[in-house]
Design a binder for this molecule. Structure first.
Ligand code: NAP
Length: 636
């Protein structure tokens, strides 16, 4: 316990406890499994959030039992480690059935934070005394921090190269008004390190930045980061079996050499502004959401925002009413999903309980892994026998469409025009769904906000022209037009074995074995690489942690078998591509013909993972040497 328990405020705090996870948390902390009344199990149904799908009477019963458990905890203190059987019993109460618990047990133990199963159990000096292994990690954002942390734990010499002036990656670069994480924060955080007792359910950018910096600091990553330095190219040197990495920074041009390179630049790193005629002629300020120009005073300005993806829809409610006039240019709408806690602070009482009950946040995280991740995947899965006419991909998906449409209807009474414009004609989950607490429709209903249901085709000195030929006068243009997602590592040339460039190897269709390794590019690893983005089920942090875990296993193989490099076999990648293509084809984002940043120009899904979290966990659990070509080390 981190606070001196003062009983009265804690008992009072039970009024705002998390009804789904308070009893499992207390059962685990006290060992009193009789707290787990089988009639009070929470519902994992969609949107059964605040009251966990319980009746008012049941909610009161949960609180009464929780009071008993809390008093036990305060009287006797926590019991320490639980047996595997007791732990499984608690999980079985929370989750749908024993089968799920058996299948997911190790994953759940890790997510609960009971053990950091991904700490490397080896280190370079221990496995190969006298050998050193160096790694350059490109990017000091969420992925770069965990990569550097694990590689340092494995005894590598690590240098993180960060182009920005500060650590934080996407949470440093995206400072637009309204920027916050659209995944529940108790899930969107590392599984290791001191848990953050978040003040918001979906933290704003500044809190996330502070969190990632804290972890980088606590894990000892900060001294290994070189800021304000750009990697401008990477070339594999066959003779030395090392990467030559070109750097541009305050020391001018340098070449660094490294045994291993790990790309941690992510998929959404390079802002995309459409190359429209006349764009350079615009007379006022214009900028991308990921490069927000805080010098521009928007009050009193006629502002145009182009795009209605996740970024635009976070900005719009913030700008509405603060500028003279806001015009939103929507080429195609995004589905909105109700998220009532989206802008809510976590109640102080709940934070107090989190501080007091050991690992209560771990139990909430476990619940979110199930309910908001694996549990939602079925909504996106295609039923081949169902004909949704391109609007939905299964009965469940159609039901989801109906719920989302009904919510939108309720927000837009008497505005069939807006309802029409804001209702997508593609299935829910074919693109990223945007959480909303009603603020987006409220903003668009304002008299000083217009939604133009047309794409922008031209820019003039005084505004933009839309595809119906209308000119719109503007003082400022904000491009919320997304990122060059397919161009991993843009703009740096990456030259692998035999002079093969990554651009040529991919030819517009990025693919990597396990999302991590590309044939012809030895000892180059990706985190958040091709086909590792998730649409509905979970947090990218989960994937990155698994990728890094797998990379450390691959490096262990490299060191333990005395080889200098390893690279994926082309046939392993072919099998992988077949697998990811087949799984994505069975999901709304693959089956629907709607275009999105998930797809290459040919329409192939290059960005997304089409299976469960567990599937990726199982796949990355082990390193299979038969899928890799190795180059033995030549004696020095
Ligand atoms: P995006 O989803 O790629 O959206 C780009 C938008 O620009 C689309 O609405 C697109 O229309 C529109 N557009 C492009 N050219 C246009 C034109 N000429 N005229 C009118 N509209 C045009 O980009 P994003 O919103 O930055 O989001 C990208 C991803 O980042 C999200 O899917 C999400 O994964 C992530 N993200 C996360 C958060 C968070 O967690 N807080 C916040 C923001 C973003 P079309 O749809 O018709 O192409």
């Amino acid at each position: 316990m981190t606070t001196t328990p003062d009983r009265a405020p804690l008992i009072e705090a039970l009024e705002v406890c998390d009804l789904a996870t308070i009893l499992p948390a207390l059962a685990a902390a006290t060992g009193d499994l009789s707290l787990l009344d089988p009639t009070l199990r929470p519902s994992d149904a969609m949107f059964a959030e605040t009251e966990a799908g319980l009746s008012l009477d049941q909610a009161q019963q949960v609180r009464a039992l929780a009071k008993r458990g809390l008093n036990q905890l305060l009287d006797h203190g926590p019991i320490g480690d639980l047996s595997r059987e007791d732990l499984a019993t608690i999980m079985c109460w929370l989750l749908p059935d024993r089968g799920v618990v058996e299948q997911y047990f190790d994953l759940f133990v890790h997510e609960l934070g009971l053990a950091d199963l991904r700490t490397p159990t080896w280190s370079v000096p221990a496995v190969a005394p006298g050998r050193t292994l160096s790694a350059i990690v490109i990017g000091a954002g969420m992925s770069g921090i965990v990569t550097a942390h694990r590689l340092l734990q494995a005894g590598l010499t690590v240098t993180v190269i960060e182009k920005d002036a500060e650590i934080g990656g996407t949470w440093f670069e995206n400072t637009y008004p309204g920027c916050r994480v659209d995944v529940a924060n108790h899930l969107y955080s590392y599984s290791f390190g001191t848990r953050e007792n978040w003040t918001s359910y979906h933290s704003p950018q500044r809190d996330l930045l502070a969190y990632f910096r804290r972890v980088a600091d606590e894990c000892g990553v900060v001294p290994h980061v070189r800021l304000a330095t750009m990697v401008t190219g990477c070339t594999w040197d066959e003779a030395t079996q090392q990467w030559r990495v070109d750097l541009e920074g305050d020391r001018g041009h340098e070449i660094a050499v490294s045994d291993v390179v790990v790309s941690c630049v992510g998929q959404l790193n390079h802002p995309k502004i459409p190359d429209l005629p006349g764009i350079e002629t615009f007379g006022g300020p214009q900028f991308h959401t990921a490069r927000w120009n805080h010098e521009v005073d928007l009050s009193g300005a006629r502002v145009g925002i182009v795009g209605t993806g996740s970024s635009a829809l976070q900005v719009i409610p913030e700008l509405a009413g603060t500028v003279a006039h806001l015009t939103v240019f929507e080429r195609s709408p995004s589905w909105l999903a109700p998220a009532l806690t989206y802008r809510q602070p976590v109640p102080e009482g709940l934070r107090l309980l989190f501080d007091t009950i050991p690992n209560a946040m771990g139990w909430l995280r476990l619940w979110l892994v199930w309910k908001n991740c694996e549990g939602l995947l079925a909504l996106a899965r295609v039923d081949d026998t169902f004909d949704g006419g391109g609007r939905s991909v299964s009965l469940m998906n159609e039901g989801f469409r109906e719920i989302l449409t009904a919510v939108l209807e309720a927000y837009l009474p008497g505005r069939p025009d807006l309802l029409r414009a804001m209702t997508p004609d593609y299935p829910p989950l074919a693109r990223r769904i945007v959480p909303d607490d009603g603020s987006i429709p409220a903003a668009l209903l304002r008299d000083d906000v217009d939604l133009i249901h047309h794409g922008v085709t031209e820019v003039t000195p005084s505004g933009v022209v839309t595809d119906d030929g209308t000119h719109h006068d503007l003082d400022v243009i904000i491009w919320a037009t997304g990122f060059h997602a397919q161009d991993f590592l843009l703009p740096m040339p990456v030259v692998g074995r035999g002079g093969l460039t990554l651009d040529a190897a991919w030819n517009g269709e990025p693919a990597a074995h396990l999302g991590i390794c590309v044939p012809g590019f030895p000892n180059l690893f990706f985190t958040y690489g091709p086909n590792t983005n998730i649409v509905i089920n979970g947090s990218i942090i989960y994937f990155t942690e698994l990728e890094v875990d797998w990379i450390t296993k691959a490096l262990h193989h490299l060191v333990a078998t005395n080889v200098s490099s390893l690279e994926a076999r082309p046939e392993a990648l072919e099998r992988w591509v077949e697998y990811v293509d087949a799984t994505n084809a069975k999901m709304a984002w693959g089956a629907s013909s709607v275009m999105s940043w998930y797809k290459s120009a040919s329409g192939r899904v290059t960005q997304n993972w089409g299976e469960s979290l567990l599937a990726y966990y199982d796949i990355t659990k082990t390193f299979d040497p038969s899928d890799y070509v190795v180059t033995p080390r030549t004696p020095a």
